[in-house]
Design a protein around this ligand. Sequence first.
Ligand code: ADP
Ligand code: MG
Length: 210
Amino acid sequence: MEKSFDDLGISPPILKALQEMGYKAPTGVQSQAIPHVLNREDVIVMSKTGSGKTAVFGVPLLQMTDARAVGPQGLILAPTRELAVQVDSDLKQMAQHLQHKTTAVYGQHNINAEIQALKKNVAIVTGTPGRVLDHISHGNLKTKHIRFLVLDEADRMLDMGFVDQVERIIRTLPGNRVTLLFSATIPAEIHKICRKYMKNPVTVEIESET
Ligand code: ADP
Ligand code: MG
């Protein structure tokens, strides 16, 4: 039986936003992976571009973070500024009936504007590794309350040489967090990262339909 978004344990304000975004039914990866994320399990998601991975982390992160808490609770790392901007824009749409603030930080963006945005009690920050590390090391981005780490397009971050920066970021994060990794492919180096930084991860793999 095909699942509906209602069956996945998603809260009413987010269901309403998804409906307004034109999401009528969950994609395969969404119906398989969202329940694990809502259950606070570490999850490795392997599926092709366009399969709907943003909602797999976006929906549960919005649902499980507190809009009024002080300090960001979710950190999403993405390989390029276009992706960081896209993810943050999707989050803002998913959060249209919530109070959550989100922001994107990335290279070649006005750093002072980012610093001001980070002061405004954002719940979820999306960024490229270099700029995120920059904000962490200057104390603009406090990682003490991060409970969810998302590595989006992990294979591309690896190809672009971001592994060192990603590891340096991870080492500043609390150990009792949920880690979610998204990738179209899982090469050996990504397996290594998973073993090092994830706790008993569940793997959700969606074969591309041909
Ligand atoms: P991926 O990260 O796997 O490449 P995205 O999350 O960016 O995929 O989604 C690809 C496109 O499909 C986006 O335009 C997104 O808005 C749309 N989309 C995602 N989930 C659904 C859904 N359940 N119903 C309709 N459209 C969706
Ligand atoms: Mg994606």
